[in-house]
Design a protein around this ligand. Structure first.
Ligand code: SF4
Ligand code: SF4
Length: 475
């Protein structure tokens, strides 16, 4: 058997050099994570102090590590060694992180008691660590969703700081990331929690049950927020204790889908939501940044994407139509089908939990950072149709400058073969493009520009058809 020539083997040309300060940063962040695990294991630690150490350690430790990592580097985006590191190249560490994330989501959705959440009685373990913060905001113990919202915000904040340092030479990336961090911190976390606290004591029904309608991410809009038109939510928005804000919230929710979203997408493309506002996009762009190159660029993935995202969109439309019918006609059935068992329950299980949570985030290290946004999100599907057929947004390409390096395609998290368009000098008008701008940021020749211009002449020929034919002919 012939032996492999060692001179032909490829090793990481940019091995990590971690200095003492970076190690201190990592140790601090590690201490934060360790505190979470100790709390989970019911090790008796003072809750308020433990939570402060965990949250502070992760934010400060990550900042120290990232500042040191990029401090001596010239401005410019570096993904050095990303194809060699175990975490970012589907190695053992990548798989381990993926399995841990996936297991966490399974517990969160279906077995929160294993995280320490108690429906009656005092919380324990991991969830109990968040009790002091929940008491501070709304005077009641934490739920697993309060814990999750805090962790989610922590991830976007700490890894958003890392992203800001990495892309500090690019003003589009800096503005976009500051906005997405602020949207998560204020609109998805602080404001809803404070509002819930303000109404907690007086907004209850005759049975004493809490009837909140904004104890949730207030920038989530239907159809991403798929239970917006569920009976309990429609009832809560009409609850006397919430007026006139409740009805206003309902009107704004409907207008978001029918008026604001189409208008903003027409002028700006879907990026206004997917890359600047949305929490799923926010997490993908910050925590998911090291995994963006793992998205499949295959034609088969593009075909699957179009089938899946539009199927989910139809599913949520049908489910919501059945729900509204049931609400107004006061029946639990439509065409003999039970609305909860045949529409809401399968959607919540398959799409709301499994697809968007377990697969959407748990599989970052295997499938890339935008699996949910690309293959599943009905909001992205809706805006994608507008972007593709009636929008001013496009990415223009200066084909003469392209050196075919492929950086743009490699780092497109939506799996778009950007280079293919650049080589032909063709504008990129794709339903799936979230306008993150990373293709343009990593291009060494300044070939790509994100623009909002006249919606005519965006493409000389329909880009989707041209793309398909070319790739199929080339096969
Ligand atoms: S084509 Fe460019 S802007 Fe669009 S999703 Fe891909 S990397 Fe982001
Ligand atoms: S990154 Fe720029 S130069 Fe490289 S293939 Fe893409 S458009 Fe061409």
């Amino acid at each position: 058997m012939s032996q492999a020539d060692p001179s032909l083997s490829i090793s990481n040309p940019h091995p990590d050099k971690t200095d003492a300060i970076q190690k201190a940063g990592l140790a601090l962040a590690g201490l934060g994570l360790l505190t979470f695990f100790l709390a989970w294991g019911n090790v008796p630690i003072p809750k308020a102090l433990g939570l402060a150490v965990a949250l502070g350690g992760i934010i400060i430790g990550t900042t120290i590590y990232s500042w040191r990592l990029y401090k001596n580097e010239p401005e410019g985006i570096k993904n050095n060694g990303v194809m060699f590191k175990s975490l970012t190249s589907r190695g053992v560490i990548g798989w381990t992180v993926g399995v841990i994330l996936t297991a966490f989501y399974v517990l969160l959705y279906w077995f929160p008691e294993y995280l320490g959440y108690k429906e009656s009685g005092a919380n324990e373990g991991f969830v109990a660590l968040f009790d002091p913060l929940s008491q501070f905001f709304k005077g009641k113990p934490a739920s697993q969703w309060f814990m999750y919202g805090t962790l989610y915000t922590l991830a976007i904040l700490s890894l958003g700081i890392k992203f800001l340092l990495k892309y500090r030479g690019n003003s589009y990336q800096i503005k976009r990331t500051l906005v997405v961090i602020a949207a998560q911190l204020f609109l998805a976390y602080l404001i809803p929690e404070i509002l819930a606290g303000l109404n907690y004591n007086d907004a209850t029904n005759a049975q004493g049950e809490y009837l909140g309608y904004y104890d949730t991410d207030i920038k989530n809009t239907w159809p991403l927020d798929y239970d917006y038109f569920y009976d309990w939510h429609l009832d809560a928005m009409q609850e006397e204790a919430y007026q006139p804000v409740g009805i206003l919230y309902l009107i704004i929710g409907i207008a978001m889908f029918l008026v604001f979203t189409p208008i903003l997408t027409y002028y700006l493309g879907k990026r206004w939501y997917c890359s600047w506002v949305c929490g799923c996009g926010g997490l993908a762009e910050t925590a998911g940044d090291p995994f963006r190159h793992l998205s499949s660029k295959k034609l088969s993935a593009w075909k699957l994407e179009r089938w899946l995202i539009h199927s989910v969109m139809i599913f949520v439309f049908v489910m919501t139509a059945a729900t509204i019918y049931g609400y107004f006609w006061n029946t639990g059935e439509v065409f003999g089908l039970n609305i909860y068992n045949n529409f809401q329950k399968p959607y919540g299980f398959l799409i709301g939990a499994t697809f968007s949570g377990v697969i959407g985030v748990g599989f970052y290290p295997m499938l890339g950072s935008r699996v949910w946004c690309r293959f599943g999100c009905p909001m992205a599907g809706y805006m994608g149709i507008i972007q593709r057929f009636k929008s001013k947004f496009r990415i223009t390409t200066n084909g003469g400058q392209c050196i075919s390096c492929g950086n743009c395609s490699t780092y497109c998290e939506q799996g778009i073969d950007v280079r293919w368009y650049a080589q032909r000098g063709q504008n990129i008008v794709r339903a799936s493009c979230v306008g993150c701008g990373i293709c343009s940021a990593v291009c060494p020749r300044g070939v790509l520009k994100l623009e909002n211009g006249p919606d005519e002449n965006r493409t000389e020929a329909p880009a989707i058809i041209v793309g398909n034919e070319s790739i199929e002919v080339a096969k």
